[in-house]
Design a protein around this ligand. Structure first.
Ligand SMILES: Nc1ncnc2c1ncn2[C@@H]1O[C@H](COP(=O)(O)OP(=O)(O)OP(=O)(O)O)[C@@H](O)[C@H]1O
Ligand SMILES: [Mg+2]
Length: 299
């Protein structure tokens, strides 16, 4: 889903609306890598209902092949190409004439536009082969009275055509996009890993990210998150201690390992920290014993 970009969306809607009325036009979306040029092309593709959409994209690997991008655009429009284009694409012998190629492309798209308006999208136009760039620029300058809209996305180049420079998203839109990203990616993973356990659903997002697969169990991450939420150093064991390891008051006690003195029992992190014993008990109620937890699969 496209976030923000209201001005750009409006400008594209105006372009498409004018083409629908027979007043063709062109716009180059310009900006640095990742700024959202292709995202806007996706948007206009979906927004242009009733249009015949034809597409091409520049490619680093084809930038030395004359008319490679134009070939992408024209071949799907009609199988029986005019001679000038057949020559340009190496389907007939002869030397391609740029002017003839431009006119033939205009004729091809103009014919297609008699049925339905045409939207021509060219992504990564900075990598267009030179011959295609010239032919498409020729075309773009001659569609003013055709129901044809052309939108290019380019990091650079095509300076002679009208353009719209994309800046970074404003902070509010950036936050919205981040939330949307968390929804799609992190939430799905949290749901998958939590396996429906409400405590896990509530605590995993606070557990400070995901461990690499197979190295850490869900429960151990939740377990670790409790002391860190209490602002205390991490010590394994307390929240998940076996009932036999609890103190006489039935409150959860830190696990005492072999060789540890009983005197350390009274200095558990849960006594000093802000984490309440009740909360720790809740963790124990949901999670099985430490022994069982360690036998759980890590995914
Ligand atoms: N306004 C937006 N709302 C939501 N997602 C966006 C928006 N703009 C960009 N994105 C996402 O950000 C990523 C990068 O955007 P995009 O691919 O459009 O960049 P670009 O300008 O085409 O970069 P490049 O020059 O490398 O092709 C994509 O995943 C795209 O879907
Ligand atoms: Mg792109």
């Amino acid at each position: 889903m496209l976030v923000g970009r209201q001005d750009e969306v409006q400008r594209l809607a105006d372009l498409v609306g004018a083409a629908r009325r027979g007043n063709g036009g062109v716009l180059v979306l310009r900006g640095e890598p990742g700024i959202g040029k292709s995202a806007l092309l996706d948007h206009v593709r979906q927004a242009a209902s009733g249009f015949t959409v034809i597409e091409a994209s520049g490619s680093e690997f084809e930038s030395e092949l004359p008319f490679a991008a134009l070939h992408q655009l024209c071949v799907p429009v009609r199988a029986d190409l005019p001679d000038a284009l057949r020559v340009a694409f190496g389907l007939a012998t002869g030397t391609p004439q740029l002017f003839q190629v431009g006119l033939a492309t205009l004729g091809l798209l103009g014919q297609a536009a008699k049925d339905r308006p045409v939207l021509c999208l060219v992504d990564d136009a900075h990598w267009l082969d030179d011959a295609s760039a010239k032919a498409l620029t020729f075309l773009a300058r001659r569609i003013a009275s055709e129901p044809i809209a052309m939108v290019f996305a380019a990091r650079y180049g095509l300076e002679e055509l009208p353009s719209l420079v994309l800046d970074g998203l404003p902070d509010a839109d950036a936050r919205t996009l981040l939330r949307a990203t968390l929804d799609e990616q992190v939430r799905d993973r949290i749901v998958a890993e939590a396996r429906g356990t409400p405590l896990a659903l509530l605590e995993l997002p606070k557990a400070g990210g995901f461990a690499p697969p197979d190295t850490s169990t869900i429960t151990s991450r939740i377990e670790r998150s409790f002391p860190s939420q209490a602002g205390q150093p991490v010590r394994r064991g307390p929240a998940l201690a076996h009932p036999r390891e609890r103190g006489p008051d039935r409150r959860p006690e830190p696990a005492v390992g072999r060789g540890q003195s009983a005197g350390r029992r009274g200095s558990g992190w849960w006594r000093r920290g802000s984490l309440r014993p009740g909360r720790v008990r809740h963790a124990r109620a949901v999670l099985p014993s430490a022994g069982q937890i360690r036998r759980l699969p890590s995914r």
